[in-house]
Design a protein around this ligand. Structure first.
Ligand code: FAD
Length: 489
């Protein structure tokens, strides 16, 4: 359902006396909604889970399977990576646009317990480490770096540790489907009533503004249920062009949108319809990784002025974030013949090869002398293992002085950039939806891509925080909602 209109709020006085009543109604069966429903039911609540699609999973089931966890998980310990909670707190704080200390602390302090809870669904993260620079490990290794932890200036501010925990499914898509299937089994066992092909269309509120129910629609049928609490977990809005152009125009052009059909922001609009504030709606995750192979990270990235602008060993979305800020969002990855290797993802096309740097400069229409000077300076410092301009880690420094040279196109419109939204409803650490003045909308919670939690922007984002925070704060929302429901008090 595209558009930016807010659904009407239904009045509690119009709800029929015999409408079914639940302690908690959860809207959406992705990772956030599944975790919220399971924790609510385990706390004794009578739970209804509404899912608009014919199956559980949402975007979560399509995703790669990285969960950002740390503070000493069993995989970190088994692979010899020390990761004190305080370092994780520090890292998430410096990479957040507007850090919310209570949420970051809860997430980091609760991370090891949450790791165990995820595994108790019925799988094990492999106790192994993937050391390469990659978007996602091609095999089943349980751990890798999935952010900018080893990238300047972050590595000087928080001790780096790998925190990207991958579910034991090879490859880069559908990894989380296995987790979603296990979650569905647990949700069913816990006695949650799940209704598929049934979408929440309106919230019901009483005259004090408290949310007391949900109106739903299934094909031509509609109905209403009462609820002591409602948890919105209906995903993001990347599939709603009207919301994208209103809030996140950077996602609007020349981009491939990553999401599922129902990422149309209806959950966010339901929350806004009863006064919920929206946060970080302008923040997208945008990326076109030029690696693997990791050897390409040793090259240098220049803009159309022939100047470097980012440390090339950055997490791919950070590099992309800075490309978007260059003139005409144009950029090229330059590598010499000793480092040229075929990309494994082919998202940034190889433009051509040139015998001399001067020819390459002309071939890329860069200002005369610009690339020659940039490359000479880069090579000179790289030979000494230094990068005074962007502090690229010495592991990724190598002179690019063996002709011929090749250039990959990182320009928006030529490279295949993909993205999704990061903003959503303002919520407390327990998922309670908040108004602009900070007060909570009684009876209403939000979690996952519907909500704004760790609030990383496109430059600070690391893989695994979406599934990580969706499951972690989804659980918290579910427990809190159950605790305040009359049926479970
Ligand atoms: C290709 C890809 C790879 C990714 N890889 C990773 C990764 O490795 N790690 C990571 O952290 N993040 C990753 N992400 C991002 C991550 O998958 C999402 O941010 C996350 O899954 C969102 O979870 P969610 O529970 O909030 O939403 P979803 O999983 O989308 O669930 C929302 C559910 O709500 C349903 N719904 C919508 N509207 C209604 C309604 N009105 N009534 C009832 N139901 C409704 C939808 O049908 C859907 O099932 C990836 C994304 C993509 C696309």
């Amino acid at each position: 359902m595209p558009g930016t209109d807010l659904p009407d709020v239904r009045s509690a006085t119009d709800v029929p006396a015999d409408a079914p009543a639940y302690d908690v109604v959860v809207v959406g069966f992705g990772i956030a909604g599944g975790c919220a429903a399971l924790e609510s039911a385990r706390a004794g609540a009578r739970v209804l889970l509404l899912e608009r699609a014919a199956v559980h999973g949402g975007t979560s089931a399509l995703s790669g399977g990285h969960f950002y966890l740390g503070g000493g998980t069993a995989v970190q310990v088994a692979t010899g990576h020390d990761d004190p909670v305080e370092e994780m707190v520090r890292y998430l704080t410096i990479t957040s646009k507007e850090p919310e200390p209570d949420k970051i602390r809860a997430y980091c302090e609760g991370s090891v317990e949450h790791f165990g809870w995820l595994e108790s669904l019925g799988f094990e993260f492999e106790r192994s480490y993937y050391p390469e620079k990659a978007v996602i490990q091609p095999g089943t290794e349980g751990l890798m770096f999935t952010g900018n932890e080893k990238v300047w200036p972050y590595l000087d501010q928080a001790r780096p540790a790998p925190r990207g925990h991958k579910v034991p499914v090879p490859g880069d898509t559908d990894g989380t489907k296995m987790v979603m299937d296990l979650l569905r089994d647990q949700v069913e066992q816990a006695g949650v009533e799940v209704r598929y092909e049934t979408g929440a269309s309106h919230l019901v509120a009483d005259e004090s503004g408290r949310v007391v129910g949900v109106e739903w629609r299934s094909f031509d049928t509609s109905g209403v249920v009462r609820a002591s609490s409602v948890v919105l977990a209906a995903g993001g809005f990347v599939m709603n062009p009207d919301m994208v152009s209103a809030y996140t125009p950077a996602l609007g052009s020349k981009l491939f949108t990553l999401g599922s059909t129902y990422d149309d922001g209806l959950g966010i609009r339901l929350g806004a319809s009863v006064g919920g504030e929206l946060k970080h709606m302008d923040e997208p995750f945008i990326t076109a990784p030029f690696y693997p192979p990791s050897v390409l990270v040793k090259g240098l990235v220049v803009n159309k002025l022939g100047q470097r602008f980012v440390a090339e060993d950055s997490y791919h979305a950070r590099t992309s974030y800075h490309v978007m800020r260059q003139p005409d969002a144009a950029a090229y990855l330059i590598v010499d013949s000793a480092h040229l290797e075929e990309q494994r993802m082919s998202l940034c096309p190889l433009i051509d090869g040139w015998e001399t740097v001067e020819e390459m400069e002309a071939g890329l229409s860069l200002p005369a002398g610009s690339l020659v000077a940039t490359l000479a300076r880069y090579n000179d410092h790289a030979a000494r293992g230094e990068d005074p301009d962007f502090h690229k880690h010495p592991d990724w420094l190598a002179p690019q002085d063996q002709g011929p040279w090749g250039a990959y196109d990182l320009t928006l419109g030529n490279a295949l950039y993909a993205g999704f939204t990061l903003g959503g409803l303002r919520v407390t650490v327990d998922g309670q939806v908040q108004r602009e003045d900070g007060s909570v909308v009684a009876g209403l919670y939000a979690a996952g891509a519907c909500a704004s939690n760790l609030a990383q922007d496109g430059a600070g984002y690391c893989s695994g925080t979406q599934l990580g925070e969706g499951s972690f704060f989804g659980r918290r929302a579910g427990r809190h909602a159950a605790a305040v429901s009359p049926g479970t008090r």
